[in-house]
Design a protein around this ligand. Structure first.
Ligand code: FAD
Length: 419
């Protein structure tokens, strides 16, 4: 083959619009788009059960929008990319950066091997508003407290990058470079427990855009207050789309800002600051990668967890006897999602009432959440436990009864899942 094609590797950016690496790949030449399910380098936190369903469906949608030109691989990206490069005599490789420790290690290795063989590697930021290494305190150490990180560090630095529209004239390599299909990745079990998700979710880039538009027209105007009440429709439910990159946080940031150009009110500010919490989670993961399974505050290493297995099982099944806790755990099982207020309640209950190690909670969420995200999940669990950077103090315990009374006074949410 003498044709000049470039390689684009889809990872946590399963979209065409505002995909910087894809944009520049398409500008350069005809693009061979690939997805690799990495079964080699991602060690402890391989994709969880619910997320597999989401990924399968996202890949199907992505392949459709690429007119069936997405090539699928399973294996070690280091080897896979090497083979493709040789087969098609590729000189340029493009991807958007990942920020978890296993991916960083892998990507560094691939990049250095490719560079050694005179292949150009172009990497971009496609998933964060601010690069974690650019935001530091005046003494050049990382922030550990959210408010100064966000207000001074992020908002005080450059504006987030403007979204880039996909160029419809982009040309993709027509033939598949591999015979594997999306089904061959075996992301869906034979036992079809996941069919229930179809009634709640439509994965994919188009659906992400619809969700955002709906949220802006119906949820945003009372977000600050309403986001605390799980029965209200004031949250965006965008998290799984963000996690798989079907919409970028830059697209969301600017859609929200454009919507409220004339009045940047408390709801807009608050919503943007929640995207800020996501940035903070990624920031912590980048600067303190041990956060995924190690207490950031070492004094917690000696905490005498009780870890009663029966009690843990009851929590997982939503059979603790505490209505809002059980509702949350059943919402998670039924829909692959849980409202943020309730995540905090069930988390506090597990760690502070049942005295079960936060890592057990993290593990269950990892398997059950459609939005399971290493950065947000580990930093939120450490926040709940009190062992994290800017965490809820260990002595602040959510009273599971009062929380229910306050945030679900009529039991509207609770009764949906615990009739
Ligand atoms: P919205 O209120 O509409 O917020 C919009 C977006 O802002 C979210 O999609 C998310 O990207 C970001 N965001 C909002 N709140 C937070 C937060 N506290 N921390 C980080 N980002 C936030 N979020 C995940 O995406 N993946 C996880 O695995 C995850 N695990 C969690 C575990 C625990 C114990 C707790 C307490 C929180 C966890 N969160 C996690 C954070 C938060 O609960 C979800 O991001 C949020 O509920 C998603 O719903 P939404 O899109 O409707 O949120």
């Amino acid at each position: 083959k003498t044709e000049n094609i470039v390689l684009f590797w889809f990872r946590s950016d399963l979209r065409l619009n505002d995909n910087p690496a894809l944009h520049f790949a398409c500008k350069k030449s005809k693009v061979l788009p690939i997805y690799i399910l990495d079964n080699k380098n991602i060690k402890k936190f391989q994709i969880g059960g619910a997320s597999k369903w989401w990924l399968h469906n996202s890949l199907v949608e992505l392949n459709k929008s690429l007119n069936n030109s997405l090539s699928i691989y399973l294996g070690d990206p280091i080897k896979v990319i090497h083979e493709i490069i040789n087969k098609y005599k590729i000189k340029d490789v493009f991807w958007n950066r990942c920020y978890d420790p296993d991916s960083i290690k892998r990507d560094k290795e691939i990049k250095s091997k490719l560079n050694d063989s005179d292949i150009n590697v172009f990497t971009y930021n496609g998933s964060l508003l601010w690069e974690p290494w650019n935001i530091l305190k005046s003494d050049n150490t990382p922030y550990k407290v959210f408010t100064p990180f966000y207000r001074k560090g992020c908002l005080g630095s450059s504006e987030p990058r403007f979204p880039i529209e996909f160029d419809e004239k982009s040309i993709f390599f027509e033939e598949k470079s591999n015979k594997l299909s999306i089904n061959d990745l075996n992301l869906l079990d034979n036992f079809d427990w996941y069919l229930k998700f179809n009634q709640y979710w439509v994965p994919g880039e188009k659906s992400a855009k619809n969700m955002l538009d709906n949220f802006i027209s119906e949820g945003l105007s009372d977000y600050k207050e309403g986001r605390n009440f799980p029965s209200k429709k004031n949250v965006s439910r965008l998290s799984p789309y963000i996690k798989f990159g079907e919409i970028s946080v830059n697209q969301i940031w600017y859609s929200i800002l454009n919507n409220s150009k004339s009045n940047k009110d408390k709801n807009t500010e608050h919503f943007l600051s929640e995207l800020g919490w996501r940035e903070f989670s990624y920031y912590l993961l980048y600067h303190f990668p041990q956060i995924v399974d190690t207490n950031l505050q070492e004094k917690f290493n000696k905490f005498p967890w009780v870890n009663n297995i029966n009690v843990y099982t009851n929590w997982k099944k939503g059979q603790t006897g505490y209505p809002i806790v059980d509702a949350g755990m059943r919402e998670l099982w039924e829909t692959g999602y849980m409202h943020n207020r309730v995540r905090m309640i069930v988390g506090s209950f597990l760690v502070k009432n049942l005295l079960i190690d936060w890592r057990k909670g993290e593990e269950w969420f990892w398997d059950c959440l459609l939005d399971a995200d290493l950065a947000s999940n580990s930093s939120s669990w450490q926040w709940v436990a009190g062992s994290g950077a800017d965490a809820a103090p260990y002595f602040r315990i959510f009273n599971p009864i009062l929380q229910g009374k306050k945030f679900d006074p009529e039991g509207e949410y609770t009764k949906r899942f615990v009739p």
